[in-house]
Write a protein that binds this ligand. Sequence first.
Ligand SMILES: [Zn+2]
Length: 98
Amino acid sequence: MGSGKRSDYLPEEERGANFAQIPTSFGHELRACLRCRLVKTYDQFRESGCENCPFLEMDKEHDNVVNCTTPNFTGIISVMDSARSWSARWLRIGKIYL
Ligand SMILES: [Zn+2]
């Protein structure tokens, strides 16, 4: 049986790839990374930082979550297959975790 991880549902060649966390809620606590625009909740940034920008060390220095993310954004896109997504290429986000 699968472990329930997202990688269990991926084709063999994509297993082991890293993914950013999916936001656990869509309330007012959502924040976007100012550098890469990844959207997660405040608590997720505080607990595991930004997958695209580990050098910001939000998981180690919690003040960085406030300094490096913003609650002021409009719109969210989620991408299933960034290598083949026209939208991801258009937004130039094909090579980062979403
Ligand atoms: Zn980031």
